[in-house]
Design a protein. Structure first.
Length: 548
């Protein structure tokens, strides 16, 4: 990008020289008018060539589609089509029975506890959804046993009104939170200098780490810090770049192992690089990135390295004791400066809780927010939220106490064994292949013979709720405790076999229904249209208007 900046500056110098020649015989107002016009032109040229967060190719494509969509006849057709698709999606996802309606204003008189529970049981619980208790849902609910639910309910009842923003009022919650962080640091082999905080989930954990690295980069004079991450890194890194005015630089995966291409990562490093990212494991295919090699780069170039272990954070620390050793990935690896791990996934705590950890306090300090001069007093918070739910912390602490190391090791053994069994059996089915080496809890499935969304659609018809992926076309099963129950994994393998055998009879047939919709969305070159559809979906999520 530096060479383009030099070109832009050369154009600027030459243009200024020409302007001086032209202005020699002009009136003052003409000189001002020309100057304003040239300035605007130069600013546009510089922004087009040197946009801090987009490549030139992205800028060209973005501007082209922006122009096309601005044409009235095309603009109206696009809006009509998006509105239709959003309505179809909303009708399928948010159905109401005939006669049902939304509550849009407070009841004139408050309801009794009995009336509220009756209304919930009569009007809300029958709305149904997918039976996750039967083990046919990928990820989403990671434990959900009745005994654990009862424990969480008790903790919620006892700590419903607590708020860690006021540790003097609720010292018990403060102690629990500090202990959760300390236990998690111990799991990831942090030294005595290790530290961290709890957050509301994996996304906030990642946002907090990236906010810290942005501020540290800004202190070095970097206006637009860059994140270098594999294309498989969680979308939370895109969100961090969006919110914090950073540039996310993606690197490809090794086509065989599906791990981050470390050589490509090294080529992308420059003076603006604020952090390198690796996943342990990554969400799409459950593959462990080569954390040691990424950390070696970070250590050599003095760049922080974040390990995203949100998904497998309460599996990978126990895999060695469960009989499944992994390559080093935690704070024992020199160069790793932060790790995110979700307690509400394989830690089995209620949603939403996570832990962001740092190797040293110097990395955590920029995450803290302090307002020293507010008239309401000195205001300081460790994360995005001010007030936070102490009940979530208490329930998380109780969950970790409930399982203990032996419980987590045993659950890890069951989940990893099931995952590897599913990967092995699915990989044997003609027409299918498994992405990379799924060492932990996710099995990514693809096909070179037929449209893989046909298979995910067929499995949906059999009651399975799986994660559809894109670039490349694929889907995955994220194994939880529910899939380790007797017969569930075997049923999945059998259903995949039978559905694939049927599809292989007509492998060139096009996908239909929701499978076709997902494939079509993936093929749209103007990704802003997909963004508009997704925004429409979110609008529909909050809508209480009848869907026509």
């Amino acid at each position: 990008m530096d060479e383009y900046k030099e070109i832009a500056l050369l154009y600027a110098d030459e243009t200024r020289r020409k302007v001086n020649e032209l202005c020699s015989g002009l009136e003052a107002w003409q000189i001002i008018a020309y100057s304003v016009g040239v300035t605007l032109l130069l600013n546009w040229l510089y922004n087009f060539l040197c946009h801090p967060r987009l490549t030139i190719k992205q800028r060209i494509v973005q501007n082209f589609f922006k122009f096309v969509k601005s044409l009235p006849i095309i603009k109206d057709k696009i809006k009509a089509e998006i509105d239709k698709n959003v309505s179809d999606i909303a009708r399928d996802l948010f159905p109401l029975k005939p006669g049902d309606s939304y509550i849009t204003e407070l009841p004139a008189k408050g309801l009794t506890r009995e009336n509220i529970l009756n209304k919930v049981n009569k009007d809300y619980k029958p709305m149904g959804g997918i039976d996750w208790k039967g083990g046919k849902v990928s990820g989403c609910v990671y434990a959900g046993t009745d005994e654990l639910a009862a424990l969480a309910a008790t903790m919620y009842e006892d700590f419903a009104w607590t708020n860690p923003l006021h540790p003097d009022v609720f010292p018990d919650v403060r102690k629990m939170e500090a202990e959760i962080v300390a236990m998690t640091l111990k799991m990831f082999n942090a030294s005595k200098s290790g530290c961290g905080t709890m957050t509301s989930g994996g996304t906030e954990s990642i946002l907090m780490a990236l906010a810290s690295y942005r501020d540290l980069a800004t202190e070095r004079g970097i206006e637009y810090p860059e994140i270098i991450a594999p294309v498989s890194a969680h979308a939370a890194f895109d969100k961090a770049a969006h919110y914090f005015r950073m540039k996310l630089v993606h690197v490809p995966l090794d086509p065989v192992t599906q791990q981050a291409d470390v050589r490509a990562m090294r080529r992308k490093i420059n003076k603006r690089t604020a952090v390198l990212v690796g996943s342990a494991p990554m969400f799409p295919f459950g593959v462990m990135d080569p954390i040691e090699k990424i950390a070696e780069l970070g250590d050599y170039y003095n760049i922080p390295v974040h390990v995203d272990s949100c998904l497998g954070g309460f599996l990978v620390p126990f895999m060695e004791k469960a009989g499944f050793p992994l390559a080093p990935f935690d704070f024992r690896v020199k160069g790793v400066t932060s790790i995110s791990a979700d307690t509400h996934k394989y830690g089995y705590a209620p949603k939403g809780s996570s832990v962001i950890m740092y190797s040293e306090k110097k990395f955590r300090h920029p995450q803290f927010f302090v307002s020293p001069d507010w008239t309401g007093g000195i205001y300081a918070t460790p994360t995005i939220g001010g007030s936070r739910a102490g009940a979530i912390i208490a329930a998380c602490w109780a969950t970790m106490m409930y399982f203990g190391e032996d419980g987590y090791v045993e659950n890890t053994r069951k989940i990893v064994s099931t995952t590897r069994k599913v990967a092995e059996e699915v990989g044997k089915i003609p027409g299918l292949f498994v992405y990379g080496n799924p060492e932990v809890s996710v099995v990514g499935v693809g096909s070179k013979v037929f449209n893989i969304y046909r298979l995910s659609g067929a499995l949906t018809e059999r009651g399975w709720n799986l994660n559809s992926l894109q670039f490349p076309s694929s889907f995955h099963l994220c194994v939880t405790l529910r899939q380790t129950f007797p017969g569930v994994a075997e049923q999945f393998i059998q259903d995949v076999k039978e559905c694939t055998e049927e599809i292989m009879k007509t492998p060139n047939e096009k996908a239909s229904g929701s499978a076709a919709l997902y494939g079509t969305a993936q093929a749209i070159p103007d990704r802003s249209l997909v963004t508009d559809m997704a925004r429409g979906y979110l609008d529909a999520y909050y809508s209480t208007d009848p869907i026509e």
